[in-house]
Design a protein around this ligand. Structure first.
Ligand code: TYD
Ligand code: MG
Length: 452
């Protein structure tokens, strides 16, 4: 056996060091270094380079091959990928355990197999029997699809090279291991080695490979974050496990725009596409209730309407309680501070709970004004008209700033039957063609609150 040496890896970003450190110099996280033994044959991280030209080439001489895309048969997934899976690309699907990664990829495999493509599904987590049982729930497989239950990297590579499929799924990266490394499956060096091998196979054989990776908060297995930079596409599957809705978010995409999202609903027969998320998200919304407002957030190129709810009540604790679900907690605190200082709402002695309905998570600043209005509406116990939609970014001085995509947000609101829109004044000025919806431009928080 090759000589072993001990190295340390950062669990978060994969930074390698010869000694243990409290803080990772690359990602500045604390306490993330783990010890690993690796064979010192220099094999780390898939040493063999990709097939490339032997010498530097002029860019004008490089022949353009138009990338060939394989439709997945799932519109929401195609949208996130930028129009289908690119041949010879390596993608990572990350997410909490149990969120539906295996289900989604099995559905993709079924669609592709049914379209007459050769597909290989490799699982290190479930037996053939279990996969078959899951597949039965998902519907019919008209065509053949290859299953392989294996965790040894060598055997997997051989199986891929022998069967030459067009599409391969590795479920999951944390269960696969290479015998050349002595560390356990799921450790940083194993995860990197397996990914590097898959990258080689994908590029050299022109096979599209999807890798599943469980995201762990604090655990022994390495998070997929360590390999984000190695793959072509990174998708994260998010959502509350209890809620039915799941969001597939593109975090990195070498072949298309990122930050597109796909919305799914988990049903008894696998994942269903949600084609009109705004309508779904607003389903069952309370009408004429204080603290409830509808905002519009751009997720990629798609505007999504969603309800924000706030509950403000006098505290009976020493320290007021504050929680935020689906929205950044610090952002909510900041906006409450703006309300206290710029408008004089006495929120200091109040508990505040702010929720985003439907299990979604949003980070766009354009929902700021909606959060502010929801909080003020609950504080004053006065409801906003239910046919009103709100968007706009709020600054520390209390100014309401313009946001991008104003017209598509307005169009979406019109489509869903809204009659009034509270938005930044600068956005109103920029609109050329007057829409049917009544536009109310505001330039600061005070003006907005006067509308309640
Ligand atoms: P799974 O795809 O196994 O999650 P992951 O691979 O991300 O760990 O999804 C598991 C969950 O989905 C499980 O709790 C059961 C549920 N589920 C359904 O509700 N309906 C279905 O048709 C299937 C296949 C799973
Ligand atoms: Mg799974």
């Amino acid at each position: 056996m090759a000589k072993q040496k001990t190295v340390y890896f950062c669990k978060e970003c994969g930074h390698e060091s010869s000694k243990w450190m409290g803080q990772c110099p690359a990602c500045k996280q604390w306490n993330t270094f783990v010890e690993e033994k690796i064979a010192s044959s220099g094999k780390q991280g898939g040493a063999k380079p990709l097939k490339t030209s032997a010498s530097p080439m002029n860019i004008s001489e490089v022949v353009m091959e138009s990338e060939e895309r394989i439709p997945t048969g799932i519109g929401e997934l195609d949208r996130v990928l930028g129009g289908g899976i690119v041949k010879g690309s390596l993608s990572l699907v990350g997410g909490d355990p149990g969120i539906g990664k295996s289900t989604l990829l099995l559905q993709v495999c079924r669609n592709m197999a049914n379209a007459g493509r050769k597909v290989l599904y490799i699982s290190g987590e479930e037996s053939m029997h279990q996969i078959k049982m899951r597949a039965e729930r998902l519907g019919t497989f008209e065509q053949e699809m290859l299953l392989f239950c294996e965790t040894d990297l060598d055997a997997i590579c051989q199986a891929i090279l022998k069967s030459k499929p067009e599409f391969v799924v590795i479920d999951s990266i944390q269960t696969m291991y290479s015998e050349e490394l002595s560390s356990a499956a799921g450790s940083v060096s194993q995860v990197r080695e397996v990914t590097a091998q898959m990258m080689r196979i994908a590029k050299e054989e022109n096979i599209a490979v999807f890798i599943v990776g469980h995201v762990t908060k604090e655990g022994v297995v390495a998070g997929p974050r360590t390999l984000e930079h190695m793959v072509d596409t990174v998708l994260y599957f998010e959502g509350e496990r209890e809620a039915a809705y799941r969001i597939l978010r593109g975090v990195k995409n070498r072949f298309g725009s990122t930050n597109e999202i796909g919305v799914f609903e988990m049903s008894g027969n696998g994942l269903l596409e949600v084609e009109n998320p705004s309508k779904t998200m607003l389903n069952g919304r309370p009408l004429d209730a204080s603290g409830s407002v509808v905002v519009c957030s751009m997720e990629g190129t798609r505007p999504i309407l969603i309800e924000i709810q706030a509950l403000i009540s006098p505290t009976s604790f020493q320290m007021p309680r504050r929680t935020a679900v689906g929205i950044d907690y610090n952002r909510v605190n900041l906006l409450m501070a703006v309300l206290e200082k710029r408008v004089g709402l006495a929120l200091g002695g109040c508990d505040a709970y702010v929720n985003l309905a439907g299990g979604m998570r949003l980070g766009e600043p354009a929902i700021d004004l909606g959060i502010i209005m929801a909080i003020a509406s609950s504080y004053k116990n006065t409801a906003l008209p239910e046919d009103t939609i709100i968007f706009g970014e709020v600054g520390l001085v209390g100014e309401v700033r313009a946001v991008s995509g104003g017209e598509s947000r307005i169009k979406e609101a019109e489509k869903l039957g809204f009659k009034r829109c509270i938005l930044p004044k600068a956005n109103v000025d920029a609109i050329k063609k007057k829409p049917k919806i009544h536009l109310i431009g505001v330039s600061n928080v005070r003006e907005a609150l006067d509308l309640i």
